[in-house]
Design a protein around this ligand. Structure first.
Ligand code: NAD
Length: 264
């Protein structure tokens, strides 16, 4: 039988290197026959994304900075010209001043609050609005979130607030776009060592705690997230929208492990 994503095309945003969550999703999609295009943020990252894209046989590679509306317009124009339509978009983009990803939330500055919200939350809505006309036959949109949206995690701070708003946007976008057959979902990934995560204070301790306390007793990989991304972007999830799906070894389900099961 044909691979799951045969004949499907889509755009992946947020590959910085081969440790990026977006890269895990791109690999899973391509392995099932999807044709993927990539956006990259600035020339410094182009050098890294180009060989990765080429390794999946991708020839659509466009610059896009979500703080620059002209670059977003240009990117979607290029996708429209190349493909005319798309079936999916993956938004794996977030940013906050790393000086404010240590210490407490209370010291967040207005400038960083607005920038973090813009890049980590509003940009998904901005992307969705531009992708919509390219999905006249329906489609699927996916963003990435983290448990820090629901519960307080060390030093996640303003990113937790931005992810909470992002998760709410998923529900509103799903409702706006549902009648057009466009599904909108989020994956809530457990902690993974990536470029973005390296900015979070005590991240090594967060990784260790998760591995010890999650039901699966390990951290997730970008391939774990890739598999779940493939599912949500594929026809297998045709009835799923407005959902925040956890790929975190089950960490979010645990209140407290029994003392005899707890880590030493
Ligand atoms: P990453 O550093 O590999 O990816 C982050 C991406 O955001 C980069 O490609 C970067 O270029 C892009 N980006 C930042 N500002 C941008 C801008 N102005 N315009 C365009 N792109 C911009 O790290 P990652 O961990 O793979 O992050 C991907 C997503 O996954 C993020 O939304 C992150 O919050 C989320 N996430 C990460 C973890 C984790 O532990 N790593 C857990 C849950 C959710």
């Amino acid at each position: 039988s044909a691979p799951l994503m045969a004949g499907k095309r889509g755009l992946i945003m947020g590959v910085a290197n081969d440790r990026s969550i977006a890269w895990g999703i791109a690999k899973a999609l391509a392995a099932q026959g999807a044709e993927v295009g990539f956006t990259y943020q600035g020339d410094a990252l182009k050098r890294r994304v180009e060989p990765l894209a080429a390794s999946l046989g991708s020839d659509l590679l466009v610059p896009m900075d979500v703080t620059d509306p002209e670059s977003m317009d240009a990117a979607f124009e290029q996708v429209d010209k190349a493909w005319g339509r798309i079936d999916f978009v993956v938004h794996a983009i977030a940013w906050s001043d790393k000086d404010q990803l240590k210490g407490g939330y209370i010291d967040t500055t207005l400038d960083n609050f607005l920038k973090s919200m813009h890049i980590s939350c509003f940009s998904f809505t901005d992307v969705a609005r531009r992708a919509r006309p390219l999905m006249a036959e329906g489609g699927s949109m996916l963003t990435l979130t983290y448990y820090g949206a629901e519960q307080v995690m060390p030093h996640y701070n303003v990113m937790g607030v931005a992810k909470a708003a992002l998760e709410a946007s998923v529900r509103y976008l799903a409702t706006d776009l549902g009648p057009e057959g466009i599904r909108v979902n989020a994956l809530s990934a457990g902690p993974i060592r990536t470029l973005a995560a390296s900015g979070i204070g005590d991240f090594r301790q967060i990784l260790g705690w998760n591995a010890l306390n999650a039901p699966l007793r390990r951290n997730v990989t970008i391939d774990d997230v890739g598999g779940a991304g493939l599912y949500l972007l594929s026809p297998l999830a045709a009835g799923v929208t407005g959902e925040v799906h956890h790929v975190d070894s089950g960490y979010h389900t645990v209140g407290m492990l029994a003392p005899d099961k707890a880590p030493e």
